[in-house]
Ligand binder design. Structure first.
Ligand code: GDP
Ligand code: MG
Length: 911
């Protein structure tokens, strides 16, 4: 108010004459010296409202001049706090040593004495008012107190009031118990009583009170000095007592005063007492007291957690120190396989993975929770943590997965599982379809509607045969390679008009290797040129002696299209099955093999399995290869949901985590943790195998892997024409050093297929692709299985590479990096330019300036450079996947729709 006028403020006032202030009359101001306690004083600028004083000469002189004169005389003038108030003729006390006033006129004397009288009257009045105020305050307090007490007994609608009253009632109850002194009543309400208005009214009472602090209306009563404890009632500022009653230990009289005056606004007198009491009680609440906080804090009780801690502490105290020690370590038997991740080890030790990582770090080994530890390290850690260790071989995980062998009396006959093999176009698919239609159940239930990789036919005699839809011997072998022997009988299809062909021979070899009995189906006997006898004779060459020639192999003449002798073929199968005495135990958890698996858009991972023994039911927990899951549904080949499937029954399983691989075995396990364990183990195995395969099948590492004792370098050769196949095979076969000999496992014409990759992976051989490329699937598979495919277009390079590989010195080679594929969608003949291929980049990118090859059916027919690479009309540098472009070869015109263009760069690789 008046006391905060700085010189700046003064300036503002005086600057009113400046152009920016348009008032005609400049406000009259003056400076008064304001005295504070302890002899401090301060010059204060005040605005003057002057009552006109009439001088004898009729000259009017404002009170201002009087005051100003007084100021000049350095007289302390108590100033009313509000500058807007008319300045009362103040009680003036000339200070000794001040300037001598000029002689006063009569009028002046009169005026002055009147002023003095007025001042005295005013002062008197102030005092009286202050006393009245105090009295009223005391009365108010009492009244409020009464009200509060009354409020405690009745319901007050007003929310604020209600809350405050509840609180005060609670407080009062507490206080009543604690306090003996009746003065307490005053202390309860002290801080709330002084109203701001009365405070300002009381201001002139003493210069010491002019420094009003704008105290927040809601936080009036916090007593910083009294925070930690409750102030004794006697120390409480009494409303009428003024400052003099404050004990000396109270910090800052001004503070207390201000606080006192800043008491709650009139509207909230009831709520205020709650807060100060609270503050005094626990000394905790800080900040502004708003309605929300007031409401919230009324129910301030010890939190549940605090209570629990308290109880625990008490219990601990009761039981003595022993219980406060960390709980005793539990020593566990930790099962450690050949390799275990940090996380898994932590789980098994029931410790935090972090602790294991810490302990490993101390030994200088930086690991993460996913790091695989070898058994020795894991054992060290486990023992360090005080556990006992049980080492197991990795395969132990799988132990018991298959269950014990079934005793003879539990076995019941099961349907034979038949695979049909043979040369291409000899009628395998036709025969399978024909046999499918012999199913009697088909007529009743709408037939076999689904190709799920296997199906079962029921013969009129109620006997059943399960047929596997395997697409050839490669798949058969792939399944066998994974250890799944699902097939009981092989039906070898040989076309009567074609005889034994290369794939027929392969099929025979595969079947023999698997030690599976063969039944020969001589197909297409309806054809005019059919010579079944020739087939029988030819088969002799491959040690298959049919019954009619005194052997044991059954041979049936059939026609798939004409459906001739299909029943005879089935009879033969059943007869063979009888010989094999196929039996299985139905009443046990199921196990078997995965025939086919895929990721179905609507149904998720779907695996067709063939149950070998036991019965699989909906709800079973099953592990299939490296995947597991709970069987959500079982669907048969007719698309019907079935509740269970027994031995030799093919069925689709829904509910696996991911599709397993064809040929994986599956088994029902007791619980999901077991399933997870097995699946994890297999996944890890698979990963390891892949890493190893990655090393094994690349040319420069095959030998390194084989070590000193290596004798053979296995190779798979694929080439564009028979001539080069022979040339390469011959050249490679002659290559040999003292220790190593190149061995061509397989050489053939055509692109690199999946079957080549399987073979290469199985024998750890790199694939030499001469002027041919791998099919997309084969490429993916090679990448996945870590089989190296080396592409060549010059025979000498092959020979050189292999020779150097064998001598362990692969010199820097020119190695090509694949950049991208584009397929030719259309060929345009443009005059002057020649043939231009309209292409779409299907993989990677095509770059101008790099080399390109033209492929037709995965065979390289031209190698050169591009003369042009255009996107729309512009010549561009590169075209990426999905984009269309126009390309033309330099000096080469023989391009066709459907051809592929391969773009690659040549790089020198240092060995
Ligand atoms: P796959 O390659 O072994 O599966 O042979 P397919 O079943 O696809 O048959 C190849 C061709 O032989 C098809 O055109 C069939 O129609 C035909 N074919 C299959 N079985 C017979 C048969 O018994 N008689 C005649 N005349 N043609 C047949
Ligand atoms: Mg077919």
């Amino acid at each position: 108010m008046t006391d905060n006028k700085t010189p700046e403020g003064e300036k503002t006032l005086h600057a009113s004459g400046a152009p920016r202030t348009l008032s005609v009359k400049r406000p009259e101001t003056g400076v008064v010296r304001q005295a504070f306690s302890h002899g401090r004083s301060k010059a204060v600028v005040v605005e003057i409202k002057r009552p006109t004083v009439v001088r004898p000469g009729g000259k009017a002189e404002s009170a201002k001049s009087v005051v100003l004169e007084l100021v000049k005389a350095d007289v302390a003038v108590p100033v009313a706090p509000a500058s807007s108030k008319p300045l009362k003729p103040a009680p003036v006390q000339p200070k000794s040593g001040g300037m001598v006033l000029r002689t006063l006129t009569e009028e002046e004397k009169v005026a002055r004495s009147r002023a003095l009288k007025d001042a005295r009257v005013a002062e008197e009045e102030e005092r009286r008012r202050a006393q009245e105020d105090a009295k009223r305050r005391a009365e108010d307090e009492e009244r409020l107190e009464r009200e509060r007490e009354a409020a405690a007994k009745r319901k007050i609608e007003d929310e604020l009031r209600r809350v405050a009253d509840e609180d005060s009632r609670r407080k009062i109850e507490v206080d009543a118990r604690r306090r003996l002194d009746p003065d307490d009543d005053g202390s309860v309400t002290t801080t709330t009583q002084p109203h701001p208005r009365s405070a300002s009214n009381a201001a002139p009472r003493g210069a010491t009170t002019t420094s009003t602090r704008p105290a927040p209306g809601g936080a009036p009563a916090r007593t910083p000095a009294g925070g930690p404890g409750r102030s004794p009632p006697s120390t409480r500022p009494q409303p009428s007592g003024g400052l003099s009653t404050l004990p000396p230990r109270r910090a800052g009289g001004d503070d207390d005063d201000g606080r006192k005056r800043a008491g709650g606004a009139k509207g909230v007198p009831a709520k205020a007492p709650a807060a100060p009491r609270k503050g005094a009680d626990d000394g905790r609440r800080t900040g502004k007291l708003s309605v929300v906080t007031a409401l919230n804090e009324t129910e301030r009780v010890r939190s549940m957690a605090a209570y629990k801690r308290h109880v625990q502490r008490a219990q601990r105290a009761q039981h003595g120190v022993k219980d406060s020690e960390p709980p005793q370590k539990i020593i566990r038997d930790v099962v450690i396989p050949e390799s275990i991740t940090v996380q898994e080890l932590a789980n098994r030790m029931a410790t935090r993975a972090v602790d294991i990582i810490k302990s490993l770090m101390k030994q200088g080994q930086m690991v993460t929770i996913n790091t695989s530890l070898d058994a020795d390290t894991a054992q060290l850690i486990a023992e360090e943590f005080g556990h006992s260790v049980k080492r197991v071989a990795e395969a132990d995980v799988l132990e018991g997965l298959k269950g014990e062998l079934d005793s003879d009396e539990t076995l019941t006959p099961r349907a034979p599982v038949v695979t049909i093999m043979g040369h291409v176009d000899h009628g395998k698919t036709s025969l399978l379809d024909a046999l499918r239609q012999t199913d009697v159940a088909a007529g009743e239930a709408g037939g076999i509607t689904q190709h799920i990789g296997a199906y079962q036919v029921t013969l009129p005699s109620k006997q059943k045969i399960t047929f596997l839809d395997t697409p050839g011997h490669a798949a058969f072998t792939a399944m066998r390679a994974r250890g799944a022997k699902v097939t009981d009988i092989v039906v070898l299809v040989v076309a009567a008009d074609d005889g034994v062909m290369p794939q027929t021979i392969e099929a025979i070899n595969h079947a023999k290797a698997a030690k599976v009995p063969i039944i020969v189906a001589i197909n297409k006997i309806d054809k005019p040129g059919a010579t079944p006898d020739r087939v029988r004779t030819e088969l002799l060459t491959y040690e298959i002696v049919v019954e009619s020639m005194g052997g044991e192999t059954q041979a049936i003449e059939v026609s798939a299209t004409k459906k001739l002798n299909l029943d005879k073929l089935e009879e033969a199968i059943l007869l063979q099955a009888e010989v094999l005495d196929l039996k299985a135990n139905r009443n046990r958890p199921a196990s078997g093999a995965v025939v086919e698996a895929k990721l179905d858009k609507g149904r998720g991972p779907v695996a067709t399995v063939l149950v070998a023994r036991g019965t699989i039911k909906v709800g079973d927990i099953v592990v299939a290869g490296a995947e597991w899951g709970r069987v959500r549904a079982l669907v048969n080949e007719r698309g019907e949901q079935v509740p269970s499937a027994g031995p030799s029954e093919p069925v689709e399983i829904l509910g696996l985590s991911a599709p397993p691989e064809a040929g994986d075995d599956f088994a029902v396990v007791e619980n999901d943790s077991r399933a997870r364990e097995v699946a994890d183990f297999r996944a890890r195995k698979k990963r390891d195998a892949r890493t190893r395969a990655g090393g094994r099948a690349s040319l420069d590492q095959v030998l390194a892997d084989k070590g000193v004792g290596a004798k053979y370098l296995p190779l798979v050769v694929k080439s564009d024409v028979q001539g080069s196949v022979e040339a390469i095979s011959a050249a490679l076969s002659q290559l040999s050093t003292a220790e190593v000999k190149a061995q061509v496992l397989h050489a053939g014409v055509g692109g690199v297929t999946q079957s080549d990759i399987i073979l290469a992976r199985a024998s750890g051989a790199p694939i030499i692709a001469f002027n041919v490329r791998a099919t997309a699937e084969a490429r993916d598979m090679a990448k996945r299985d870590g089989v190296e495919i080396r592409y060549y277009s010059i025979i000498y390079n092959i020979i050189d590479d292999i020779r150097l590989a064998m001598s362990g010195l692969l010199s820097p080679t020119l190695r090509e990096n694949f950049l991208g594929y584009a397929s030719i969608l259309e060929v345009f003949n443009i005059t002057k330019v020649g043939k231009v291929a309209g292409c779409q980049v299907t993989e990677g990118k095509v770059l101008r300036g790099n080399k390109v090859r033209l492929l037709r059916d995965n065979v390289v027919i031209h190698e050169g450079t591009l003369s042009t690479l255009k996107r729309f009309k512009d010549e561009v540098k590169e075209v990426v996947t999905g984009q269309e472009c126009g390309m033309a070869f330099e000096n080469y015109q023989d391009i066709q729709k459907g051809d592929q263009i391969e773009c690659f760069e040549v790089e020198t690789v240092k060995r």
